[in-house]
Design a protein around this ligand. Structure first.
Ligand SMILES: Nc1ncnc2c1ncn2[C@@H]1O[C@H](COP(=O)(O)OP(=O)(O)O)[C@@H](O)[C@H]1O
Ligand SMILES: [Mg+2]
Length: 476
């Protein structure tokens, strides 16, 4: 029975796998024992499919105790603003202890939440244990909440709550059992007057003044959170029904105006659309330039010019690789580029027509993940491209095969890129455009050094540059 409920709720409302559900079912099965043993109220909550809310899938109340909850809470939606501990454990996979937490039902409890994990260490639910806090005075707990009944103003002033609620940005609105307005803090009053275009609002039916709140009031749940868009305003409305024994039912609304936040979000979204569009255009334009060069090459040209054109093509492709990587990202303003992936891309797009060679190109990240901004990535792309091209072009003359090795190391906050080959080695090198490009980029853009390390066979070039604020290293 318990297991069946867990299964049904999980299937209907969550994205958990059958295996995950099974783990929760086992736990739900033993929940009563835990509750009796620790003499506390136990629950299992799971995250809802699309939203950030959670749902109660199992509960157990200790035998023989005075009931903390009048009704079963299975199937109830749990909102983050009311149960922060639940969501903390969910996100961080850690235990959370909250003393004197106010539950969604308006009861003060000591609450302990631990994450429930599957074999892959993913949090699939949380186990909650609650013990009611026995209040020292009879006017504890729920009373604290309902100081604004009857003689609303007096009590607000006496308790000091009046001052606090006056300062709140949130709008507080309290209505009696027939939905008449009995209290509103200044920002609440402002909202009501502004939206209803009436000044004299006290003691009037709130739902006549603000008809859009009807859906919130009609909701049966005692606690309900709702986002409304009305007259170009975005509001988050929290409704809390305050039940007290032998007393009428009052409703407290806590309303947050999040119009500005939503506008900012939209602006940011627009901005990232524009950025993405610009990246697209840059990439497309680079590809057009490359196509024009290819066209020129096909139309025929002196043999000695061919290799210069190919080198130019490769330079364009390596810049374009940076944009290709950025464009695969989900967030357009995230322009971080993983330079090992970038190197792989450059190697795979390099034009090798000129060289009839069988080359093994080995990339060794050494477990490093090096991430940098697109600006730095363009420089690194061009440098790596020049070095690999040099090996291809000069190292293996008269040979049929060879090895080129690109290695990344990180030491003492310096990144080193080693490009080495087992070719003929440098013989009276004459610096030309390639070397000039490398030197310029390494010193000016990367603030680093470029040098050749002597070796017996072949050539070994090293570029090193400081990690700095724009480069991030991750151990993989
Ligand atoms: N891996 C290498 N193996 C052998 N010689 C190289 C290597 N890299 C560079 N060189 C030498 O250094 C010279 C300068 O390189 P570079 O400035 O890139 O000019 P380019 O590649 O246009 O000739 C090359 O002409 C070549 O003689
Ligand atoms: Mg060169």
């Amino acid at each position: 029975m318990v297991k069946e409920t867990v299964k049904q709720l999980c299937k209907q409302h969550t994205e958990l796998t059958d295996q995950d559900v099974q783990i929760l079912q086992e736990m739900a099965f033993s929940l009563q024992t835990y509750a009796d043993l620790s003499d506390s109220y136990m629950f299992i909550d799971c995250k809802l499919k699309p939203s950030n809310q959670a749902i109660v899938v199992a509960e157990a109340f200790p035998v023989g105790s005075t009931p903390l909850y009048n009704n079963s809470v299975i199937g109830k939606i749990v909102f983050e603003s009311f149960e922060p501990g639940v969501f903390y454990s969910y996100r961080n996979g850690k235990k959370s202890i909250i003393r004197q937490a106010m539950t969604q039902e308006g009861i003060v409890v000591d609450q302990t939440v631990v994450p429930i994990k599957n074999t892959n260490h993913q949090v699939i639910g949380v186990l909650i244990s609650e013990k009611q806090v026995v209040s020292p005075t009879p006017t504890g707990n729920v009373q604290k909440f309902s100081v604004v009944t009857e003689t609303a103003e007096d009590q607000m002033t006496n308790s000091g709550l009046g001052v606090v609620s006056d300062l709140l940005m949130e709008m507080l609105i309290l209505t009696d059992e027939s939905n008449r307005l009995v209290y509103a803090n200044p920002s609440g009053l402002r909202l009501i007057s502004e939206m209803s275009e009436k000044d004299d609002v006290l003691n009037r039916d709130l739902l006549e003044l603000l008809p859009f709140l009807r859906t919130v009031y009609e909701q049966e749940d005692d606690v309900f959170v709702f986002e409304l868009t009305i007259q170009r305003k975005n509001l988050i409305v929290k409704k809390i029904r305050m039940r007290e024994k032998n007393k009428s039912q009052e409703t407290l609304l806590i309303i947050q105006d999040i119009t500005e936040l939503r506008t900012k979000e939209k602006e940011l979204m627009m901005k990232s659309v524009v950025i993405k569009e610009i990246h697209h255009r840059v990439k497309n334009n680079l590809q057009t330039v490359a196509s024009l060069i290819r066209l020129q090459m096909r139309k025929g040209m002196p043999a000695e010019s061919r290799s210069s054109f190919e080198e130019t093509l490769n330079r364009i492709y390596s810049i374009s690789s940076v944009y290709e990587i950025i464009l695969t990202k989900e967030h357009a303003d995230d322009d971080d580029v993983n330079i090992i992936n970038l190197t792989r891309k450059i190697c795979s797009t390099m034009v090798l027509n000129e060289y009839n060679l069988k080359v093994d190109l080995i990339i060794e990240p050494n477990n490093n993940k090096i991430v940098t901004t697109s600006k730095k990535a363009v420089s690194i792309a061009l440098i790596v491209n020049e070095l690999i091209q040099n090996s291809l072009k000069h190292a293996f003359q008269g040979k049929e095969e060879g090895i080129i090795d690109v290695e990344f190391t990180v030491e003492n906050d310096f990144v080193e890129i080693h490009v080495s080959d087992n070719g003929v080695g440098m013989k009276n090198p004459q610096t030309s455009l390639g070397t000039e490009i490398i030197h310029n980029l390494v010193t000016n853009d990367l603030n680093g050094e470029f040098l050749y390390v002597p070796r017996e066979i072949g050539t070994h070039a090293v570029v090193n540059f400081p990690v700095g604020a724009e480069v991030e290293i991750f151990d993989e």
